[in-house]
Design a protein. Structure first.
Ligand SMILES: *[C@@H]1O[C@H](CO)[C@@H](O)[C@H](O)[C@H]1NC(C)=O
Ligand SMILES: *[C@@H]1O[C@H](CO)[C@@H](O)[C@H](O)[C@H]1NC(C)=O
Ligand SMILES: *[C@@H]1O[C@H](CO)[C@@H](O)[C@H](O)[C@H]1NC(C)=O
Length: 189
């Protein structure tokens, strides 16, 4: 009798736990990709020009901090800049704007000008309007081609991974202003 009661109460406990369990308390579950409407992975190539304007009435990149020794460093080591740089379809700044590069570059090398790049490309054009890509990489700005990983994205770029290749289109050593050509290759759904 006691045994039957124990079995019954155990059964009831499991039953009510299953019935009344709060679904919001689920911590993890395995999903089929189709449940997020993920179909076939696509490869997209984006091409644009990045305008880093340091010297102007309205600069798009500003130095936000530096070390005491940055001014005397040939590589600006320790200097940190914040950018909100326009991205255009052609090298001309007056050509169509497709987005902005928003983030930080910081001089992280003592042997050459090598920036740590931490930024988002925020796109405003076509089907990419409102979607973003995140970049985390190393940018040795005087190298012909620099490659930086795309570490993720949002909007149509959810689950993004890929790389960006940067080539300097023009650089004015006096003003520090640069136009950089970007080719971005990204897998996403
Ligand atoms: C570095 O140079 C800037 C001007 O370019 C100046 O404002 C700043 O005070 C200097 N910093 C140091 C630590 O000398
Ligand atoms: C991008 O999206 C914003 C907000 O939805 C909208 O105001 C803007 O007109 C769109 N731009 C283009 C070029 O479609
Ligand atoms: C992408 O970035 C823009 C600008 O910062 C923001 O308004 C937008 O919400 C972001 N898109 C997504 C899908 O998070």
């Amino acid at each position: 009798m006691a045994r039957a009661l124990l079995i019954l109460s155990t059964f009831l406990l499991i039953f009510f736990t299953l019935i009344f369990a709060n679904p919001n308390q689920y911590f993890s579950e395995t999903l089929a990709p189709s449940s997020l409407e993920l179909k076939k992975e696509k490869l997209t190539h984006l091409h644009f020009y990045f305008h880093d304007i340091i010297t102007a009435k309205h600069p798009t990149a500003i130095q936000i901090t530096r070390a005491a020794s940055t001014n005397t460093s040939a590589t600006f080591f320790g200097g940190v800049w914040m950018m909100d740089d326009p991205l255009t379809v052609e090298p001309n700044l007056n050509s169509k704007i497709v987005g902005r590069a928003q983030g930080i570059y910081a001089s992280a090398s003592q042997s050459e000008v090598g920036f740590l790049m931490v930024l988002n490309f925020a796109f405003t054009e076509g089907k990419f309007n409102g979607s973003n890509l995140s970049v985390l990489g190393r940018n040795a700005v005087f190298s012909t081609v620099r490659e930086m990983p795309i570490v993720g994205g949002s909007g149509v770029f959810r689950f993004a991974r890929g790389y960006a290749q940067a080539r300097t289109h023009s650089f004015d050593s006096k003003s520090g202003n640069a136009i950089v050509e970007y080719n971005v290759y990204v897998f996403h759904y």
